[in-house]
Write a protein that binds this ligand. Structure first.
Ligand code: FA5
Ligand code: MG
Length: 461
């Protein structure tokens, strides 16, 4: 038996996505809950907080070309190969990525469009907003569908060589542009050395250290300005709402930490101190020159970033749970609508407003535990794929949808005699929109337990 036989039980010969059929194969793993999220495009719904966040950030990059309607169905080449992901990179695994089939995925990040945009767009700066898909944990800041904004700023050496400014000195030209950026007065921690000889080397074959340093400085100031603006707007909204506590929250704390991405070097992540911890909001770095060479623009040099729009929107609007973005409840959506006037009999909806989220009520939580032994032969040779934590996350999501607030492993042990592994997960049921009945929760929980037995061959304890 193989994984193919196992997964073909329930997989139709074609998946219809955005009105197009895609042949399925042994790699197909997109569940119906994800397919139904495809048409939502929250970043394009006029007064939705994700769209408002997108527009606020776009306004901090004047002159950049903006794209926001590329299809989320991309090739493995676009999502991974074009970015230099090695063949064995964990991000490619079926446990982490939604495969339509062997060659086609739901994009896992907006970086999937980097190479294409660099090739097709000769502007110095561009932004791409996109819904992205990942098999991931379930909790208040993780959801299997979320939104990213990709951005890049590059400089053209050839154009520079023929212009009078900076005497053809690229580093100097970039520093001149840094000086044109707005300034801010937030103290930013930047504890790591700017480069790391193995993990994050300068691209010495392509850039002088001065050029890389100038690109890094332009990148950091540009993105700090985004976060500073988001916090200023968040505070304004809190004051307007009479929310004294939020309005006087501690001053903004921001730090850069070294990071690794296959398509940038050096690379950094930007973190913001929020609710007692550091929250990562974006990844970024100096674009690998190989990518620009491949894209037919070897003369361009610059930076790129990829930012989580939900993470920023949670800060901006004070939204405590990522599931709220998917709510169709008018008590949520109407909070961000604005009216521009009246035409005929109807009110005309405006572009929305940045307002502090007012919780409409907190419904009770219903935690339930499920404990089970994994099958002793939990290997592909035994006929089943190896159980991965993301598999229970998806099973829960597919059975109970947004009625689950989080899923956590609370116990794990290996039986001393049989050597079998036992796991216990706590599933916390809580709707954002209503009280769930005891019977209803029991039914959902039994459904999940049953699917664990049938799909994964576990033995309930
Ligand atoms: C990336 O996706 C890179 N493509 C970013 C990048 C672009 C680096 C260009 C360099 C150049 P990462 O996996 O860290 O990196 O995700 C970027 C951001 O998306 C995170 O900082 C976070 O804000 C957000 N994010 C990641 N996973 C989730 C999730 N499950 N739910 C909500 N937001 C998420
Ligand atoms: Mg990251």
């Amino acid at each position: 038996a193989s994984i193919r036989e196992y997964s073909s039980d329930s997989t139709p010969p074609n998946l219809i996505l955005e009105n197009r059929p895609y042949p399925t194969d042994a790699w197909t793993n997109v569940p119906s809950s994800i397919i139904s999220a495809l048409p939502r495009r929250l970043h394009l719904q006029p007064s939705h907080p994700i769209a408002l966040t997108r527009r606020l950030i776009e306004s901090r990059f004047p002159g950049f070309t903006t794209y926001s309607s590329f299809s989320p169905i991309v090739s493995v080449q676009q999502n991974f190969d074009s970015l230099g992901f090695p063949p064995d990179h964990p991000g490619r695994a079926r446990s982490d990525t939604y495969y339509v089939n062997r060659d086609t995925v739901l994009r896992t990040h907006s970086s999937a469009h980097q190479a294409d945009v660099f090739r097709a767009d000769s502007s110095d700066g561009w932004l791409v907003s996109a819904d992205v898909y990942r098999r991931d944990a379930i909790d208040r800041s993780h959801y299997p569908v979320f939104h990213q904004m990709e951005g890049a700023r590059t400089w053209d050496r050839r154009r520079l060589a023929t212009s009078a400014s900076a005497n053809g000195d690229l580093a100097q030209a970039i520093w001149d542009d840094v000086a044109r950026l707005p300034t801010h007065d937030v103290v930013v921690e930047d504890p790591n050395p700017p480069t790391h000889p193995e993990r994050n080397p300068l691209q010495a074959n392509y850039h002088t250290p001065e050029e890389a340093e100038a690109v890094g400085a332009h990148l950091k100031r540009s993105l700090e300005n985004v976060v500073v603006e988001v916090f200023a707007q968040a505070k304004r909204a809190a004051v307007a709402a009479g929310d004294a506590k939020a309005a006087t929250e501690e001053p903004l704390k921001v730090r850069w930490v070294e990071a690794y991405f296959p398509f940038t070097s050096p690379s950094w992540e930007l973190e913001v101190f929020w609710q007692n911890g550091w929250l990562e909001v974006l990844g970024s770095g100096v674009v690998k020159q190989e990518l620009l060479v491949e894209a037919g623009v070897p003369q361009r040099v610059g930076w790129a970033f990829g930012l989580g729009l939900e993470r920023i929107a949670m800060l901006l609007f004070g939204i405590p749970d990522i599931r709220l973005f998917w709510s169709r409840d008018p008590r949520f959506l109407d909070q961000f609508k604005s009216e521009v006037g009246e035409v005929g009999k109807g009110k005309v909806e405006g572009e929305g407003r940045i307002a502090r989220f007012q919780p409409f009520s907190k419904y009770p939580a219903s935690p339930r535990d499920v404990s089970f032994f994994l099958p002793s032969t939990s290997s592909p040779a035994g006929g089943r794929p190896v159980f991965h934590e993301n598999d229970i996350m998806e099973l829960v999501r597919d059975t109970a949808g947004d009625s689950v607030e989080d899923v956590q492993m609370v116990d794990e042990f290996v039986h001393p005699k049989t050597g079998r592994k036992s796991l216990c997960y706590r599933i916390n049921y809580r709707s954002l929109e209503r009280t769930l009945g005891r019977e209803e929760v029991n039914e959902l929980h039994e459904g999940i337990s049953k699917k664990l037995v049938e799909g994964w061959g576990v033995e309930l304890r």
